[in-house]
Design a protein around this ligand. Structure first.
Ligand SMILES: [Zn+2]
Length: 280
């Protein structure tokens, strides 16, 4: 049991490391698998021992060995989140088909969240993969029993195609209209596509819950960030503590919504229902 836990955690760290590579190379035309990783500042090719998750970051004290430029905290944060995610999923689902699918959906949620934070955009490719995955799962789920694949969804009750169609049309529709009316200022089309994917994977009730929860999570985090900004101003902390490259703590202007959807989605997969906790 403990050995499996350690292996799962380790796997999470490695996948987290790979997620960083995907986020950095996506839409740059570089292959995800071939090509050595380089320092984004000095372009020096990194040795294998510079790429050990967490450990390398700690040994190098968060700086590039070759040019001393500060490394983005994104790397280590993504590795830790993915590790914790894998451990949590393994704890709840064990090593099962449901567990693997849950872990996979979470991986996409993490990629979307971090990419959206960095670039304020959700790449269509990611949403389309989720939509395809959702269609496959819905089809398989209808034929072999959704509950067997993802036990946490047992409470949904109605596993019909209509349920999934409503989920991927009725819930994203108002947000699509918001996007249309505001010309993309109030809501992004990327978020709408992400919601369609979520709808197809989760079905109506869970999708509704995820979207509602994401607004509450967004509200809480925005308030905390606003307070943090106020405190930082009072004490004169700079805003640019983290390098421009991985400026994941910066806020203001526009706040990407993808990360909040991702957090709510991952909590839902872990059977934690923020929205229910608040109101029922
Ligand atoms: Zn460097």
């Amino acid at each position: 049991m403990w050995l499996t836990f350690i292996i799962t955690g380790f796997l999470g760290l490695i996948i987290g490391s790979f997620i960083n590579v995907i986020i950095i190379r996506m839409r740059t035309g570089r292959s995800f698998i071939t090509g050595r990783s380089k320092c984004v500042t000095c372009n020096h090719t990194l040795a294998w021992h510079d790429l050990i998750p967490i450990l390398s970051f700690c040994i190098l004290k968060g700086h590039c060995k070759y040019c001393r430029a500060p490394l983005s905290f994104q790397y280590i944060i993504v590795e830790i989140i993915t590790c914790v995610w894998f451990l949590a999923v393994f704890y709840i689902y064990g090593i099962s088909i449901g567990g693997i699918i849950t872990a996979l959906v979470g991986i996409f949620a993490i990629i979307i969240a971090i990419y959206d934070l960095r670039h304020k955009i959700i790449p269509d490719t990611l949403s389309y993969i989720l939509i395809c995955l959702g269609i496959i799962l819905a089809v398989v789920g209808v034929s072999v029993g959704w509950n067997i694949i993802l036990p946490a969804y047992a409470f949904i009750g109605i596993h019909t195609i209509i349920d999934y169609l409503i989920a991927c049309i009725a819930i994203p529709l108002p947000f699509f209209l918001l996007w249309k009316v505001s010309g993309g200022r109030w809501f992004g089309l990327g978020d709408v596509k992400y919601m369609i994917g979520i709808g197809l994977i989760f079905g109506f009730l869970s999708t509704l819950e995820i979207v509602m929860s994401s607004f509450w999570i967004a509200l809480v985090i925005v308030i905390i960030l606003a307070l943090f900004e106020k405190v930082a101003k009072v004490f004169g902390f700079g805003r640019n503590r983290i390098s421009e490259e991985g400026n994941i703590l910066s806020f203001g202007r526009e706040i990407p919504f993808g990360p909040f959807l991702s957090i709510a989605l991952m909590l839902e997969l872990l059977d934690i229902h923020i929205f229910q906790l608040l109101f029922f």
